[in-house]
Design a protein around this ligand. Structure first.
Ligand SMILES: [Zn+2]
Length: 181
């Protein structure tokens, strides 16, 4: 395994739906996000001469997508395409035409009733599996989750204040005390 790719199940579903909609043509697109977590799936038109067997992303659309991602502070995390009648394994053409060695290539295979997804790194002819985790997000680094003593105190104080506000509100909602003659 050379790397991880975390793909929320909603996005995995988007890829499968795109692949099924475009079958028998191959569907292709971009995986965007941060670090190793995919946050967005962006379909790109397939301009291959024989789209049943190959894919070639529309270059203009690809450039636009890359500009948009840059503007939004997102990264290109990988590429995806489908094998409408095959398994999610890189074809010889996929290996030959892979120009981004450190970028995962996700493939969705529609050969079986249930779609299969797998991701690969293709480094100048060497194919390495990428650990694709569907239905998850990358673990947050522990330091980001723990609170400093000052932060913990601030949280406790804000909880007490919220509690007090609730008491004050419920007191103010009480009917006025009856006057005793
Ligand atoms: Zn392929």
């Amino acid at each position: 395994m050379s790397g991880h790719l975390w793909l929320p199940s909603t996005l995995a579903r988007e890829i499968v739906l795109h692949a099924r909609a475009d079958a028998p043509h191959e569907a292709c697109g971009i995986l965007a996000g941060r670090g190793e977590s995919v946050e967005r799936v962006i379909p790109v038109a397939n301009r291959a001469a024989e789209p049943q067997h190959h894919y070639r992303m529309d270059e203009r659309q690809l450039t636009e997508v890359l500009f948009t991602l840059e503007a939004e502070g997102m990264e290109l995390l990988g590429f995806y395409h489908s094998h409408p009648a095959g398994d999610p394994i890189p074809s010889t053409t996929d290996v030959r035409e892979a120009h981004y060695p450190r970028t995962p290539y996700l493939i969705v295979g529609l050969r079986h009733a249930e779609a299969r997804l797998a991701a690969w790194e293709i480094n100048h002819g060497d194919v390495l599996p990428v650990d694709l985790v569907v239905g998850g997000a990358a673990p947050v680094i522990a330091e980001d989750r723990t609170f400093s003593p000052a932060q913990s105190m601030a949280i406790v104080v804000s909880m007490i204040l919220a509690f007090l506000v609730v008491i004050v509100i419920s007191l103010s909602l009480l009917p006025p005390a009856p006057t005793i003659p």
